[in-house]
Ligand binder design. Structure first.
Ligand SMILES: Nc1nc2c(ncn2[C@@H]2O[C@H](COP(=O)(O)OP(=O)(O)O)[C@@H](O)[C@H]2O)c(=O)[nH]1
Ligand SMILES: [Mg+2]
Length: 423
């Protein structure tokens, strides 16, 4: 089974929690805090594997999660970092965010490894929270959650040349004649169920990659067949070789076949239909001269030239390849998709959702809203500190603390910040 599009969800590992622990030593009844920090969560990383040519692996496995960081423990032991989860995808896979369709990355060219989701940081253990007045902090911080994302993977082969044509035109035979690729060849429809890639060397020494895709059948672009999907693989080909059975076997007319495929191509994508196209009149070993000449004439009326070849005997194939190699030198390089995905602005939360807990006369305030506020305040600057004060008051944080019973002299702990409460 060939799969060229897959939807998966990925989740990076959560950070481990910080530990609450105290030193235990002989003759020392209450040691200082020695709770270690949580480990970092693992990232989800994509890696391009040139040996893969299908997204089949993603058909039955859709959820991918990297390992979470381990919790910290006593004796200042930091939790183990979660390992990264590396997901192999075929080279040329384009990754999009599911909902917006925006491109996150194109696994080709320079991009062979990509961090798709970032692991959360580990939380601090209680050893960070000791102060001269609070020598036994009974709290630690939780780890941060790992990033989560739903993405669509699309296979867009990194081939310079795509071979198109109706089933049985001889596409796979041509690929095997000009490269070391050994695609399946047979005379029934849809023999080729997944694309075959082959490296072709021209006389000039130039080499290029050719993709043989399953045949396009009539009505494919309307969703009638698989053809439409297959065209996606050759989206980024720089040139197309259009193989037509010139022998008119099975009662077909080469000129009509040419038109059928080009019609489908246009319906699928004007862009692809506009790519340079070389017509290979195949099976010339069994086609009669008159039929070939007729085909040449009708192609000429469309402003196109044809190459007479026989993929089976190899006749004419080298000329075809040399010409294609020449044309490629003048064509722009393989298209690389430019990412246009921007991560949504982080959820900034609201002051009403703040988590306030009192432990040992220390008032811990946590929450997204606070995190962001603290990040934006420079505490060595008195103006900034006043701004911070006003923000807390304005958001009703002090009112809440009062209501919960805070007293003058209690400590307020907000992330890395701690101060004494005074009405
Ligand atoms: N006589 C002759 N038969 C060919 C030629 N090229 C392909 N064939 C035959 O046509 C059939 C379909 O070929 P295949 O390469 O599988 O077609 P595809 O569906 O376009 O990939 C096979 O039986 C081939 O042996 C050719 O140049 N001459
Ligand atoms: Mg084939």
């Amino acid at each position: 089974m060939f799969v060229d599009k897959a939807q998966i969800s990925v989740k990076a590992g959560d950070g481990g929690n910080g530990a609450v622990s105290f030193r235990r030593e002989k003759y020392v009844p209450a040691g200082g805090p020695d709770g270690g920090d949580g480990g970092r969560g693992g990232n989800v990383v994509l890696t391009a594997d040139p040996g893969m040519s299908t997204l089949m692996d993603f058909r039955y496995k859709r959820k991918y999660a990297a390992e979470s960081g381990a919790d910290g423990s006593g004796r200042n032991r930091t939790g183990k970092d979660g390992s990264n989860l590396v997901i192999s995808v075929p080279a040329g896979t384009v990754v999009r965010e599911r909902e917006s369709g925006a491109i996150i990355c194109d696994m080709s060219g320079d991009c062979s490894d990509f961090r798709l989701a970032r692991g959360g940081n580990g939380g601090w253990g209680n050893r960070h929270f000791a102060t001269p007045t609070r020598q036994a902090p009974r709290f630690a911080k939780s780890g941060m959650p790992g990033e989560e994302l739903e993405v669509v993977l699309e296979l867009k082969l990194l081939a310079d040349v795509g071979i198109i044509g109706l089933p049985n035109a001889g596409k796979s035979t041509l690929l095997s004649a000009v490269s070391k690729a050994r695609p399946k060849i047979a005379s029934y429809r849809f023999t080729t169920l997944y694309p075959n890639l082959g490296v072709v060397s021209a006389r000039s020494g130039a080499a290029f990659v050719v993709a043989d895709i399953p045949g396009i059948i009539e009505g494919a672009s309307g969703g009638a067949g698989l053809g439409h999907d297959f065209l996606r693989h050759i989206d980024r080909c720089r040139l197309l070789i259009h193989v037509v059975d010139a022998s008119g076997s099975e009662g077909r007319s080469p000129a009509a076949d040419l038109e059928t495929v080009n019609g489908e191509l246009k319906l699928y994508s004007e862009k692809l239909a506009g790519r340079p196209q070389v017509i290979a009149a195949n099976k010339c070993d069994i086609a009669d001269r008159a039929a070939i000449d007729n085909f040449r004439k009708s192609a000429a009326s469309l402003g196109r030239d044809i190459f007479e070849i026989s993929a089976a005997t190899g006749a004419g194939t080298q000329e075809l390849i040399n010409s294609v190699a020449r044309m490629l030198t003048d064509l722009p390089p393989t298209e690389i998709y430019i990412p246009d995905y921007t991560a949504p602005p982080p959820d900034i939360g609201s002051p009403d959702e703040l988590d306030i807990t009192a432990r040992d006369g220390v008032w811990l305030i946590e929450g997204k809203w606070m995190e962001r506020l603290v990040r934006n305040v420079n505490f060595s600057d008195s103006e900034s500190r006043m701004f911070f004060e006003r923000a807390l008051r304005g958001a009703g944080v002090y009112a809440r603390l009062e209501k919960m019973g805070i007293r003058d002299g209690d400590a307020v702990s907000i992330y890395d910040l701690e101060f004494e409460y005074a009405k």
